[in-house]
Write a protein that binds this ligand. Sequence first.
Ligand code: 5GP
Length: 218
Amino acid sequence: MSDSNFKNGPIRRRGIMLILSSPSGAGKSTITRDLLLDKSLDLTLSISVTTRPRRSSEVDGIHYHFKTKQEFERLRVSDDLLEWAEVHGNFYGTPRSIVEDKIEQGKDVIFDIDWQGTQQVRKKAPKDVVTIFILPPSMEELRSRLERRAEDAADVIAKRLENARNEIERWKMYDYVVVNDDLQRALGEVKAILIAERVKRTRSQDAIEDYITKLLQG
Ligand code: 5GP
């Protein structure tokens, strides 16, 4: 690949796979949305495929690609998914090719996926992955956020709360932990993580060598 394909600074690097996980209701979707709205960050969202029914606020192709179980199975069998998992009784997966293209081009991609998917992506691309676990300020707040959202049926909310404890126990698997008790602070922390990771020496070792060789010749 030629240097001109990299548009992310004077020192070329591969894109980062920035994975955000949390129990539902911890505010991860809001953080993700705000990161995407900040154009200076130049992030691309990985849009998952899912067999979950669409919520009234969701748009097919923007929030998810909504699929039947058969369609999902076809993608899975043909190895078109970078990772996939069953979460709260539905299937979710990450389309592979778009993510791989972006990362090759040096573009950073943000993922909103669970701990099972995080484990799979980390195994496949250990050097490209940065993982952040978002925690709610309290279990009470988690419950009230899920109820306030009022888009899921009571039994679905109950199931998500039950699963939350299991998900929270996975925190040790993540590189960073951010508590979302104050959205602006949490958002600032996630941005700081991304910006620092972009200039990490080990991410661009060869490119830094080249840069310094040229620099010292000048
Ligand atoms: P929701 O149904 O609330 O949109 O998402 C439920 C859970 O599924 C969230 O924890 C979310 O991060 C996770 N999820 C969404 N897309 C994917 C995916 O492509 N892969 C995996 N492994 N989990 C996902």
